[in-house]
Design a protein around this ligand. Structure first.
Ligand code: ZN
Ligand code: ZN
Length: 336
């Protein structure tokens, strides 16, 4: 099977032929149909973060495919079923986080395309309990971006506890941002989209943003204040400076939702402002299997629109360069 492998943090990915893996106990073998390219895959391939993946590894955590074989003991998945392989590849199911509905905080979790081989391959093995069924009527091209970009932004807006009519600023329109705009609308927010590229702001408007701010053409904080300030600011742009701008744009009682993971880890915010304005700073990491099921249900009901372009796995290095250039409107998805 064709596989894209990271062999070093400083050289391009290699396309190699590998034998199709055997599903172990509790695992399924999935024949991939599509696999989305997330910015996290690029951070992983470059070894950008404090905890680095063990080389060599296969990235990819927006894998969509058909279950072809069942490992020993698997009874809850069926051959022929379409499933998603998300970032949360495995969790223990027993710790305090797993049993109270916060499985994405499990300390024994394994992450697809990071700590275990992911979906940049024609086949992947995955934990049967942690793949998520894709409902009828959702195409593999749409399902892939929903599996990380969708669930991550849906969860970020869920934890913001938006009251309808609150103003929600989304910093960074792209794979995640184009979905964040739509979920913010579904939660009842008045949406302010912030980016530095006008084509992305036009996309945000088409997807329902009420206001757009080009942060390259002026002070985004002043522009957001001019339309009433933000009650919730979701940061999807991997730059500490954007987090600081998002914080500064908040109204009293505001919530800063941190999602992007910049290689540079330090942001500076005022303790005084945080206390006096009653601001909450919240980290949100992907979403649970249930969150992903909700994301799929919303899409199947016609509530969300996916903007994605297909690529082949052979184009993996070029596709990563396209994402880094900022020229990709929303999501690139490898099609097999
Ligand atoms: Zn991702
Ligand atoms: Zn656990």
């Amino acid at each position: 099977m064709k596989t894209a492998v990271v062999t070093s943090f400083t050289v391009p990915l290699e396309i190699v032929e590998r034998s199709i893996p055997e599903p172990g106990e509790g695992e399924v073998l999935v024949r991939l149909e599509t696999s989305g390219l997330c910015h996290t895959d690029i951070h992983a391939a470059h070894g950008d973060w404090p905890v680095k993946p063990t080389l060599p590894f296969v990235p990819g955590h927006e894998g969509i495919g058909i279950v072809e074989r069942l490992g020993a003991g698997v009874t809850d998945r069926a051959i022929g079923e379409r499933v998603a392989i998300p970032w949360l590849g495995y969790a223990c199911g027993e710790c305090r986080y797993c049993i109270d509905g916060r499985e994405t905080l499990c300390e024994r979790q394994r992450n697809s395309g990071y700590s275990v081989d992911g979906a940049f391959a024609e086949y992947a093995v995955a934990s049967a309990r942690y793949v998520v069924p894709v409902p009828e009527g959702i195409s593999p091209l749409d399902a892939a971006p929903l599996t990380c970009a969708g669930v991550t932004t849906y969860k970020a807006l869920k934890v913001a506890h938006i009251v309808p009519s609150e103003k929600v600023a989304v910093f960074g329109i792209g794979g995640l941002g184009h979905l964040a705009v739509q979920y913010a609308r579904l939660f009842g927010g008045e949406v302010i989209a912030v980016d530095v590229e006008n084509p992305k702001l036009d996309l945000a408007t088409r997807l329902g943003a009420d206001h757009v701010v080009n942060a390259a053409e002026g002070d985004p904080v002043a522009a957001i204040k001019a339309v009433g300030g933000a009650d919730v600011a979701v940061v999807l742009a991997a730059s500490p400076r954007v987090f600081e701008q998002a914080f500064a744009s908040l109204n009293r009682g505001g919530r800063l939702i941190c999602v992007a993971l910049p290689a540079d880890q330090d942001m500076h915010i005022s303790i005084f402002e945080t206390v006096l304005k009653g601001i909450s700073v919240i980290g949100s990491i992907v979403g649970t299997r249930q969150d992903l099921a909700e994301v799929f249900a919303l899409h199947a009901a016609g509530r969300t629109t996916i903007i994605a372009e297909g690529r082949t796995l052979d184009q993996v290095n070029g596709a990563m360069a396209e994402v880094l250039s900022g020229q990709v409107l929303a999501r690139l998805v490898f099609e097999f």
